[in-house]
Each structure stands twice: as C-alpha cells, then as structure tokens.
Design a protein around this ligand. Structure first.
Ligand SMILES: Nc1nc2c(c(=O)[nH]1)N[C@@H](CN(C=O)c1ccc(C(=O)N[C@@H](CCC(=O)O)C(=O)O)cc1)CN2
Length: 280
C-alpha cells in the first residue's frame, strides 16, 4: 500500500479562506496580540507567519516583541493590560519563554476568554469535561486533517504517542469526544511498537526525529505526524519515518506541510471564536 498524502497546506488554505469570509461578515474586527520574548529564531518565524496569516484573514493583529531579559513580573503586567483591553480578543504568548520566566504562571494569567492557545487550566478542564471552550490549535488542526482525509473516528482505535499538555492530552480528549477508543502512550510505555501497531489512527507527538518506524504502523492506518524536528544539516523531519510508514499507511501527513500550517489556521479560527463569544 502507498499512502495518500494529507496536504496540510491545502487544508489550511481552505480553512483560512473560510475564516476570512467569516471575519468580513462581522460588524467588528477581531483583535489578536502575539507576544514574543527573546530571540529564539524558530519562534521568530512562527510569530511572523501567525501575524501575516492573521492580517490576510482581516484580523487586527500585532506582535509585541520583548527583550530576552524581560522579567516574569513585566510579562505578567503586559498580560494584565491585554486582558483589560476591549479591542483584544485573543492573546498568545509564544513558547518557549526564557528561563527566568515560568511559562505556567504566564499562561494562567491570560483571561480564559482570550486564551486562543487553549492552554489555560480553565480551557483544558472544559475540554476534558466536554464543555465548550478554546481548544489548543495543534490538536484542533489534527481533527480538521482527519476530517479532510475522510478518516472515520467514531469507534476507531486511536493511539496518541506523547502526553504533553499542549498536544498529547488535548489530542486524546478531542479523539475521545469524537468517540474513538483512545490509548495514550509515552516514553515509559512498555513495548511502544506493538501499542502503535494496534492503531487505526496514530498521532505521533513526541519530538524525536523519526522515532516511529515503518513496522510500527498497521496496514491501512491514518498517520498524523505532529513532530517538527530540525536536523543538524538544516532539514526538517517528523516523529515518523515517513518513507517507511507510507508503505503501510492508508493516509499520512508530511513534515513540513502537514500539521504545522494547521496550527496557524486554527489560531485564526480560535481568535474569531473568542471574539464572537465575547462580543456576540
Ligand atoms: N504559544 C504557542 N507556542 C508554541 C506553539 C503553540 O501552538 N502556541 N506551537 C509550537 C510552534 N508553532 C506555533 O507556535 C508552530 C510550529 C510549526 C509551524 C509550521 O507551520 N511548520 C512548518 C515548517 C516551518 C519550518 O520550516 O520551520 C510545517 O510544518 O510545514 C507552525 C507553528 C511551539 N510554540
């Protein structure tokens, strides 16, 4: 079997066009503020791409750049100002943060109604208990990709490889809410390969280059690779050995061009949803 490629760039472009139409129909312009602290080069690329995509969708978007030595107190003060600003519907603090700042303190300071990353404990709790709230962008993007690939979720055996708060846990909650039978596996799981081999839907989010080998994939599975790992030679690879997995999967996402573009499209979607929830 040679897998069909799930084209994240194309799915993201369609979603972004739909969001732009939604924005045009609103009587106000949703506002997004992305905060970057320091000079992490990858964060620079992601923040620029977010800002460009937001502007193209018609949002009022701006990036706030702070120096590397910014204190936690100064960042918290900025978050409080953005919480209080009625023109701001969405606040995103780009991760990772410099080591003097505790990310969890900052994420918990964001007003849950403006938490377009969906990382606040209130939004995580809403997702875990099946209530409406803002959902983390990467797992939300994965759900869009599964829909675009025509993968049936209800009743399917889904395995999520990775248990981070940002991807693994919300991913499992979304798949469970869509009636999959979900197993979360991680670095301490015994016999990872055979757990993954049981998956009809495999979502890999461990951040280890090509850790998932071809023979970990069940024939006909849908494989979603969330990993974006930069190699010493500058190349990008996912968490899955793409060439080998493509010989067994029915459908697979590439890296780059798979989940990454969906993360940005879903940020725009969350900003519009946050604006509508706040302003009607
Ligand atoms: N506050 C947040 N910080 C971070 C998040 C997040 O969701 N919220 N996720 C990642 C980075 N990220 C978004 O911020 C992100 C990563 C990758 C891509 C993407 O489009 N990747 C491209 C490849 C780009 C490249 O060449 O490097 C792809 O996969 O095709 C978008 C967003 C950590 N921080």
């Amino acid at each position: 079997m040679t897998a069909s490629i799930i084209d994240g760039k194309a799915v993201a472009a369609t979603l972004r066009a739909r969001i732009a139409e939604r924005v045009k129909a609103l009587p106000y312009t949703p506002g997004l503020r992305v905060v970057r602290v320091g000079e992490d080069p990858a964060s620079g690329v992601y923040v620029r791409n977010k800002d460009r995509a937001a502007q193209q969708a018609g949002l009022d978007s701006a990036t706030i750049q702070l120096p590397e030595e910014t204190s936690e107190a100064a960042l918290l003060e900025l978050v409080h100002q953005l919480n209080a600003d009625p023109a701001v519907d969405g606040i995103l603090v780009q991760l990772p943060l410099p080591k003097q700042i505790r990310a969890e303190r900052v994420l918990e300071a964001i007003d849950p109604a403006k938490d377009v990353d969906g990382f606040h404990a209130v939004n995580a709790g809403r997702l875990a208990t099946g209530q409406a709230g803002l959902v983390p962008c990467t797992p939300k993007g994965v759900m869009h990709l599964l829909a675009a690939a025509g993968t049936a979720i209800a009743g399917a055996r889904a395995v999520v490889l990775g248990r981070s708060n940002i991807v693994g846990k919300p991913m499992a909650a979304l798949l469970l809410a869509a009636d999959a039978t979900v197993t979360v596996v991680h670095s301490r799981t015994r016999d990872l390969a055979s757990e993954c081999r049981r998956a009809e839907i495999l979502v890999a989010a461990v951040g280890r280059p090509e850790m998932v080998k071809g023979d970990w994939i069940a024939e006909g599975a849908t494989v979603i690779d969330v990993g974006i790992n930069r190699l010493a030679n500058g190349g990008l690879v996912g968490d899955v050995d793409f060439a080998a997995a493509s010989q067994r999967a029915a459908a697979i996402t590439p890296v780059p061009g798979g989940v990454g573009p969906m993360t940005i499209a879903c940020l725009l979607e969350n900003t519009v949803e946050a604006a509508i929830a706040r302003r009607g």
